[in-house]
Design a protein around this ligand. Sequence first.
Ligand code: AMP
Length: 214
Amino acid sequence: MNIVLLGPPGSGKGTQANILIRQRSMVQLSTGDMLREARRSGTEVGVKVAAIMDAGELVTDEIVIELIGERIGGKKGGGFIFDGFPRTLAQADSLEELLRQAGMKLDAAVEMEVGLKELQDRITGRVSCGQCGAVYHKVSSPPKVEGVCDNCGARELHQRDDDTIEVLNTRLLEYYRKTAPLVGYYHHAGLLRRVDCVGGPEEVANSVAKALDG
Ligand code: AMP
């Protein structure tokens, strides 16, 4: 099964992707993670996108479509989870075409619904491990030992540069202007599944599972 996770920043796409990887052996393709990796490695793409990402704006369709295109091969594991991609109508069209060329199709687009106040709380409290990428929340799910990753033991927990209230406002504006139209796009295609994402990760995972299997 190939699915898109659609939702504003802080709606829990990465967290739910991690649960789906564990439960269904799916493969996560996160353009945000790919772009952050490109920045860390100092590639040409990484240098090009740095300022745009720090401002909370979307990078160009060409860049992310190429990144995704490089990774869609034949069927992998339990299928692909597209996390943070597509974010524009042009990207959605490209994804359909890339999957078609690979002999695959999209099975569902999960719209993750969360209220504004909750998004702000999640984003401003989020920290992640620079070593393995595990994600924590300073208040609702802190690591067992302060500053130390439960998963890999590294002492590299930090807040993302774009996880501030100011940048969040731009990211939300980009989401509602450019990405929210995809709700209509996937509804029209008969693929949209709406999920209320308030609650803990496991509770939301149950709702996601129901939406996918029900
Ligand atoms: P994310 O980790 O998904 O929140 O993405 C972080 C940032 O990477 C976004 O604010 C954008 O600047 C950029 N980005 C990630 N995915 C895309 C995409 N599909 N299209 C355009 N920009 C993206």
